[in-house]
Write a protein that binds this ligand. Structure first.
Ligand SMILES: Nc1nc2c(c(=O)[nH]1)N[C@H]1C(S)=C(S)[C@@H](COP(=O)(O)OP(=O)(O)OC[C@H]3O[C@@H](n4cnc5c(=O)[nH]c(N)nc54)[C@H](O)[C@@H]3O)O[C@H]1N2
Ligand SMILES: Nc1nc2c(c(=O)[nH]1)N[C@H]1C(S)=C(S)[C@@H](COP(=O)(O)OP(=O)(O)OC[C@H]3O[C@@H](n4cnc5c(=O)[nH]c(N)nc54)[C@H](O)[C@@H]3O)O[C@H]1N2
Ligand code: SF4
Ligand SMILES: [Mo]
Length: 718
């Protein structure tokens, strides 16, 4: 009898920033179904295929549940005390021999999706005390943080588009129909967009590809990769030139801004980007007419002028009065205010720098594009590495070169549930529990959400006796490192490390004076609705004088570089050279989740997209193997003819290319494709932030001579 009884539970999906509330039906320990939770005040029933695939992740036999130690190319299971001791010995040994800075930490993307990693994981780099801290931030959104820090006084004061009340949504270099939104927790983007439309609102998209989002937009402009800064500065130019600026009283330096953008006319923008000057003028006027939200993401942060793009977008929102007004871009009021309570620092820049290239740190991290070079040479600065929820070999520029350097390190430790392209080189892997086995609260994504809500997500399943949570691994490793050093962990830190994330969240909720607690939230599946976003300025600003400067020198510095590049960009726009851009698919998740049958079945989607005219010009045919050559490397992949991409642009998804000859990986050996980051160049970084340039990579595409399918069998096709 009892075995037939089903129970319904509510949890948060942690696979992307949308943070959907899910409804899971269980029969005993079996998952019967996973659906969107209709009563969730934030996500309102939304779910995507990845949310359903959480069950594949949970049952995946390849997911590590016990620590493993590498023996040659193989891994053998060991027990937790031995694994923690080994990890501590390895890391401590390197620091003893070569100094604190000799061990690097790389923090991957899922850290922000794991409560325990946020509450406890950061203690690992802090305990190591090395200046060599890296993360996925510098292959992603670092320009956003630099701009927020310089203009609003805090790296995490990131305004989010108020999609539920806006009249005009402008998306630049972001494809929420596939990604579900980024630095913008906007679950059910399709549904919210439908409502926007039924209110008479419009969507405008700027993207070199007619993405799933562009395809349903009211207006889509192809923009040549890497030239958006000219377009965005021209929008600011038009608003100022036509006297449409209406900045708030706490805004300074409007005249300086006018001077700074004086030469960035719509005509100049058209010449370099391909976006028509009349369209730019019309768009500027429409944004200035109010209730407009402009959001730029990956496509405009992981490119040559990422900081200029994000700065121009913020300037546009500020001068048109759209920042901090309903229907514009707004700041959240989260129950746990990680900004207001100082749980995350304001940010700082240039306190240290990398040895080889002298790139500055930001917020305590160095750009990951320098990681490989700091491991090279007769006296490398870095001789040991710990990766936490990351796969830099796949995710960062010239990853294959990084893999070679990692092979030479004295110690490599990974905290990760999978053997991936990076962790396969670890001496020991410490696997944490999965998303269904741990408690969750969105410390980060409530801060970026389109609505203020608070939701507690209890573990769906108890962890196995042999499993450890992220926070327990961090706790044990920190204590073990301290023992090696013959030091005691300070009492306050001891307490913090021993307190489970649930208790930490409870304390934060109770002290937030909003009548919340974990128990209260746990009684309200889907969480508590705290209402629509509200105006928060100028109180929310963390700048010295509590005001916004439109022209912080650190941001305007890039204008000279852009001006100097204009002749080249004009010429490039008329040439038939190719530029490579990235691509995300709804059923992918960066470099992992390729073990999920639910996500990988169906037509392959790893191909290089190329415009039919560009194929013809090169004598190529649809489906052929081609060689793609960048300044750093070349690879072979099937080409797919598609007028989705503008002429002169080719597109590859990242996170593919798991098949490596002779290498045993637990993730997705069966999925065809190549590693896009074999083509990206660590030498190309955005000038102010050091963020990697992943889009707009010059490439040459030729027919593949002696096309060799990857070593482990022919890729499936068709
Ligand atoms: N060319 C190109 N490169 C890109 C991008 C691009 O658009 N184009 N995108 C960039 C972006 S935005 C990002 S964020 C990065 C991502 O780069 P990374 O963060 O380095 O890589 P992921 O593929 O997200 O790998 C995540 C790893 O974390 C593990 N993991 C999953 N959940 C947990 C957990 O709860 N705890 C622990 N300890 N481990 C976990 C997974 O097994 C996986 O190995 O890639 C970047 N690289
Ligand atoms: N399904 C799925 N969802 C995800 C992820 C995933 O891997 N899969 N990853 C998650 C992560 S870590 C992140 S950071 C977010 C990212 O979320 P998004 O920013 O929405 O990510 P992308 O789909 O990479 O969108 C980047 C867009 O920029 C365009 N682009 C490239 N170069 C340029 C350029 O020079 N100018 C302009 N204007 N556009 C350009 C590309 O064509 C692409 O449409 O997605 C998250 N959600
Ligand atoms: S949109 Fe994101 S949070 Fe929602 S179900 Fe899909 S992966 Fe999970
Ligand atoms: Mo990301």
């Amino acid at each position: 009898m009892t075995t037939d009884a089903t129970t319904v539970r509510h949890i948060t999906c942690v696979l992307c920033e949308a943070s959907c509330g899910l409804e899971v039906q269980l029969r005993g320990p079996e998952i019967v179904s996973i659906k969107g939770h209709a009563d969730d005040p934030l996500s309102q029933g939304h779910i995507c295929p990845k949310g359903v695939a959480l069950q594949d992740l949970h049952t995946d036999p390849d997911r590590l549940r016990r620590p493993v130690r590498r023996v040659g190319d193989d891994f053998v299971e060991i027990d937790w005390p031995e694994a923690i001791a080994l990890a501590a010995d390895l890391l401590h040994g390197v620091q003893e021999r070569h100094g604190r800075d000799a061990v690097a930490t790389y923090l991957g993307n899922p850290n922000v999706h794991s409560l325990g990693a946020l509450t406890h994981g950061t203690a690992i780099p802090r305990t190591l005390g090395s200046k060599h801290v890296f993360s996925a931030t510098s292959v992603d959104q670092l320009p956003h943080h630099v701009v927020a820090w310089a203009m609003y006084g805090h790296q995490f004061l990131l305004p989010v588009p108020d999609i539920d009340r806006t009249r005009l949504l402008v998306l630049v270099g972001t494809n929420p129909m596939a990604s579900n939104g980024s630095l913008w927790t906007v679950p059910d983007f399709p549904g919210r967009l439908r409502k926007l439309r039924s209110r008479g609102g419009r969507l405008v998209v700027l993207d070199p590809r007619r993405t799933e989002t562009a395809a349903i937009a009211d207006e889509h402009h192809f923009v040549r990769p890497g030239t958006d800064a000219a377009v965005l500065l021209a929008l600011v130019h038009v608003v100022l030139a036509e006297g449409l600026a209406r900045p708030a009283a706490h805004v300074d330096d409007l005249d300086d801004l006018r001077v700074a953008v004086a030469d960035f006319t719509p005509e100049l923008a058209e010449a370099v980007s391909g976006v028509g000057a009349p369209a730019i003028r019309a768009l500027a006027r429409d944004v200035a007419a109010g209730e407009a939200a402009v959001h730029g993401r990956m496509g405009v942060s992981t490119q040559e002028f990422g900081v200029l793009c994000q700065w121009a977008i913020q300037c546009l929102m500020v001068i048109t009065g759209n920042l901090d007004r309903p229907g514009g871009t707004m700041f959240t009021t989260p129950a746990i205010d990680i900004v207001g309570r100082g749980l995350i620092g304001r940010g700082h820049r240039g306190r240290t720098s990398s040895a080889v290239r002298g790139l500055p740190e930001f917020g305590g991290e160095l750009p990951v594009s320098v990681l490989a070079e700091e491991m090279a040479g007769p006296t490398p600065a870095i001789r040991g590495l710990i990766t936490i929820a990351g796969n830099p070999v796949s995710s960062t520029p010239a990853g294959s070169r990084l893999a070679q350097r990692i092979a030479e390190l004295e110690a490599v430790v990974a905290i990760d549930p999978y053997i991936n392209e990076t962790t396969r080189q670890a001496h020991v892997i410490l696997p944490p529990t999965g998303p269904l086995e741990r408690d969750h609260y969105d410390l980060v994504f409530h801060t970026l959400a389109v609505r203020n809500t608070a939701r507690w997500s209890p573990a769906l399943f108890p962890r196995g006796a042999d499993q450890r949570h992220d926070w327990e691994i961090a706790r044990d490793l920190v204590f073990a490192l301290a023992r090696r050093r013959g030091r005691r962990v300070p009492v306050r830190q001891q307490v913090r490390l021993r307190v489970p994330p649930r208790v930490a969240v409870d304390v934060l909720l109770r002290t937030s004076r909003r009548g919340l607690s974990v128990r209260r939230l746990a009684r309200t599946p889907g969480g508590v609705d705290l209402g629509a976003l509200e105006p928060r300025l100028p109180e929310r600003l963390r700048t010295e004088g509590g005001r916004i400067s439109l022209t912080p020198p650190v941001l305007t510095a890039g204008l000279a570089t852009l001006r100097a590049r204009v002749p080249e960009l004009r010429a490039a726009a008329r040439s038939d050279d190719l530029l490579l851009i990235g691509r995300r698919h709804q059923r992918d998740n960066n470099s992992w989740m390729h073990n999920s049958p639910r996500l990988t079945r169906g037509r392959p989607r790893h191909q290089l997209l190329m415009h039919p005219d560009d194929l013809v010009a090169r004598g190529l045919t649809d489906g052929a193997f081609v060689t793609v050559t960048s300044e750093v490397s070349s690879l072979q992949v099937e080409v797919r003819s598609s007028d989705e991409v503008m002429p002169g642009v080719v597109s590859l998804p990242h996170g593919y290319g798991h098949r490596r000859p002779g290498v045993r990986l637990s993730n997705a050996v069966e999925v065809p494709g190549v590693t896009m980051n074999d083509l990206t160049d660590p030498a190309r970084v955005e000038g102010v932030s050091g963020n990697a340039v992943l889009n707009g990579i010059p490439v040459v595409v030729t027919p593949a001579v002696n096309a060799q399918p990857p070593a482990e069998g022919p890729p499936s096709s068709g």
